[in-house]
Design a protein around this ligand. Structure first.
Ligand code: UDP
Length: 340
């Protein structure tokens, strides 16, 4: 094997794993490293001490209308059908449907929708006012004028990997041309040994913050086992109050996530800056005046032909899983085509 076939992938989340697999399938030798002690990036899930599967970095619901992505992923997992439903908890204790639909609007009044459901949640989620965040982010949860109760009403495919995301990514990486090293941080001295590097580390961190730092939102997860068989009517309930917590997820309400008869596990999310959470970067901040995008462009303009940045942190983009996979497939195909 010539040196031009040696590939380093930094990060074993969906982006890195998909690229590693595609390049391994094309005959290249791929080393995948991750600074964490596990694969699957922020989609990592595991079974806790009472037999309930939880997603360590918050609820991950697979949904897409991209058949190519479904077909690709279906080689590595079976699927458990699941259509995500979310309720919002009003101040008087009532639970109403989210995204806001016709019924929810009738209950709270059209003129109150933004102030009840979006303003406080967005403030605590992003640390800035609703008007300061790009509309694209709010539009992930569009207001509806029908009675639909689904969180992702427009996606043709919605399901959970039957044996979890971690197992799925392990299956993707299970290839004779792929070596995976956990608990291994990227170091610039590694670059020399590889023809190309696909890097999902934060692009500003790689360039040692020579321009401004790209801000991220992070989440502190508060997880409890309660001696109650079930507490919520749906998997996730969003809060409308102005306390620092955004939502609670009851894991056993996701199919295949455990059947403990006596107890349930819930996780409450408390957003914060990545700086206040050990630089755990979950959400790139797309501000409405585009300042962070300008900083990103400066980093992207740096010549670096041996390296391709990928994933939420490499691209500084709010990618859902299906988008990360689609983007990774495109990047891998282009690389293989160019190398011919
Ligand atoms: N959002 C909100 N209220 C809600 C749910 C969402 O204001 O009850 C806004 C908020 O700004 C949030 C964005 O819509 O960050 C996207 O929400 P989504 O549920 O897609 O976020 P994710 O599941 O990716 O954390």
């Amino acid at each position: 094997m010539t040196e031009s076939n040696r590939i380093l992938v930094v990060g074993a989340g969906f982006s890195g794993a998909v690229i590693a697999r595609e390049l391994a399938d094309s005959g290249r030798q791929v080393l995948v490293i991750d600074k964490r002690d596990h694969v699957a990036g922020n989609a990592y899930d595991f079974t806790n001490e009472i037999g309930i599967r939880i997603h360590k970095y918050g609820p991950h619901l697979f949904h897409t209308s991209n058949q190519k992505v479904v077909d690709w992923l279906s080689t590595f997992t079976e699927w458990t059908p699941y259509q995500h439903k979310v309720k919002a908890l009003l101040g008087d204790g009532r639970l109403v449907t989210l995204p806001v639909n016709k019924e929810t609007t009738e209950i709270v009044g059209k003129e109150n929708v933004l102030d009840i459901f979006f303003r406080p949640y967005t403030k605590k989620m992003w640390g800035i006012e609703l008007e300061q965040i790009d509309r694209d982010i709010i539009n992930r949860v569009p207001i509806r004028d029908d009675m639909n109760e689904l969180y992702f009403p427009n996606d043709t495919f919605q399901a959970l990997p039957t044996n979890g995301y971690t197992r799925t990514v392990e299956n993707i990486l299970n290839h004779e041309n792929i070596e995976f090293r956990a608990s291994t941080a990227f170091d610039r001295s590694m670059e020399a040994g590889f023809d190309h590097i696909f890097n999902s580390m934060p692009i500003d961190e790689y360039f040692e913050y020579r321009f401004d730092r790209l801000p991220y939102r992070s989440i502190k997860f508060h997880t409890s086992n309660l001696p109650i068989p079930r507490v919520l009517p749906v998997a996730t309930v969003n809060f409308t109050h102005s306390e620092p917590y955004t939502r609670v997820t009851e894991w056993k309400n996701l199919p295949g996530h455990g059947l403990c008869a006596s107890h349930t596990t819930v996780t409450v999310e408390e957003p914060c800056s990545d700086i206040d959470n050990n630089f755990e970067r979950y959400y790139p901040v797309k501000d409405s005046d585009g300042r962070n995008l300008q900083t990103l462009q400066k980093y992207k303009a740096i010549e670096n032909p041996k390296m391709t940045f990928i994933g939420r942190c490499g691209l500084y983009a709010y990618l859902d899983m299906h988008q990360a996979i689609n983007s990774a497939l495109t990047v891998a195909a282009r690389f293989i085509e160019t190398a011919k």
